[in-house]
Ligand binder design. Sequence first.
Ligand code: FES
Length: 564
Amino acid sequence: MAETLGLDNGLTNYGDRDFARYLRRSMAHSMGISSELLSRPVIGIAASPSDFNNCHRYMPQLVEAVSRGVLAAGGLPRMFPTVSLGEVFLNPTSMVYRNLMSMDVEEMVRAQPMDAVVLIGGCDKTVPAQLMGAASANRPAIQLVTGPMSTGRHKGERLGACTDCRRFWGKFRAGEIDSTEIQIVETRLATTAGTCAVMGTASTMACIAEALGMSLPGTAAIPAVDSQRLVAAEESGKAAVRLARSPILPSQVITEQSVENAFRVLMALGGSTNAIIHLTAVAGRLGIRISPQRLNDISDETPVLVDLKPVGEGYMEDFHAAGGMGAVLRELRPLLNLDCLTIDGRTLRERLNERAGWVDRKIIRPFTDPVSNVGGLISLHGSLAPEGAIFKRAAATPALFEKEGRAVVFEGLEDLSARVDSPDLDVTADDILVLKNAGPLAAGMPEAGYLPIPSKLAKAGVKDMVRISDARMSGTAYGTIVLHVSPEAAAGGPLEAVRNGDRIRLSVSKKTIDLLVDPAEVARRLEERKPLPKKRGGYQELYQRTVTQAPEGCDLDFLAQARS
Ligand code: FES
């Protein structure tokens, strides 16, 4: 058992260590803490409450429950705030600030005196940011999530953010419901604390944290309002004290093998496309890289087992009641690396050797009778995306999987919103919509890849079309959508060269996406490209100078490496 340093961790530099220790204890006494408690192992609690983050509304209760667990196990809990990212409250997009939050987490975990840390996050970018920061700091850490929302009701139907948000917005745009009804629906989509109620990015990342071994078993999917969520918080606090005494580092848990496990889980969940970027970024902090080919192999070998929206029917509350991550991991067992260590000190094999609980097979299907025989996400390559693109086949329309069509191009986000609903737009249901300049460099990579069906087509009953962009898509969205085209248009990728009327071919069976234009003509068009206006000053400039493309996780290049 390691000796814990507690408050003596990382003394402030005054050139006199004893003075630094004496001064720190004196200031700690001013917080009204007894000498007995001040001598205990210190457990940091990285909290991210914010009035701009609805998904973290129960953060204070979670902090209290973690503290209770820490105290019960003989530690001293110390909460500290970090950046918080509420998905829909940030401009231009929360994605820009994920890396900023990760730097905050990394530096505060390293700079402050703690023997272990419990990271509490939930909303889309917060868990990736905390895992990235923890990986870089490489101090004993446990991830606790805020948990998913419970569903609301409308006219006898269950509603959950945000797949149903999009479904009802689509109905409104198509004129199927009026403005009075959409206003009522607005109040019924997100009715409790917690993260979006479907297998969107937040829930996918919660499951990935558990699959990596960074969260306690069985904690990913407990609803935010369930009392067991507080028990999970208390247990996380106790486990952090154990970690402080017998350290297991993130670098021992997040390994190439556990990252592969996490990618498999992502496929089996039919999880969010965003999780590919986030998991790549987390792994990248420890120098781990999974190639697009390996990703496709994992996808082809791993069936979709979980029948949740946006791919299927259920909500996260159903997933938890159905058996949650334990049931999914048991089904995947023959495909998993079972020797991976988890932060509770056991290997994945030891966890899965425990007696299995009841499983609702409507929600979590057996390996032999899956929702789909192949995984939810694939990487595409071709002349339109030389460095790759991502396609969520589980949420797409199979009739559009092999499609050649005429490009209808939008030069950027403003152009899209100005023209997509114009009655004059030259577009048919057979065309392919293309959005440029929405990648990480140009626009911070917003979730704009779910291009709206042009309203004149939506009103005519068109539900899906092939849509292509260098943007991301919400994990709660669905459709035949090619995302993360790399290099992005603003970085000189062939996407920039696409013009109205060009032919594009998507082949899901071949995993290709091609621009059917002579390469010499593409090169000529790219020479006309105008450079991006430079951002000046602060984090925005740092971001623009150093952000990487989607295949590298959109991390800042100087953060995406292991360091001592
Ligand atoms: Fe936070 Fe959806 S808005 S998870």
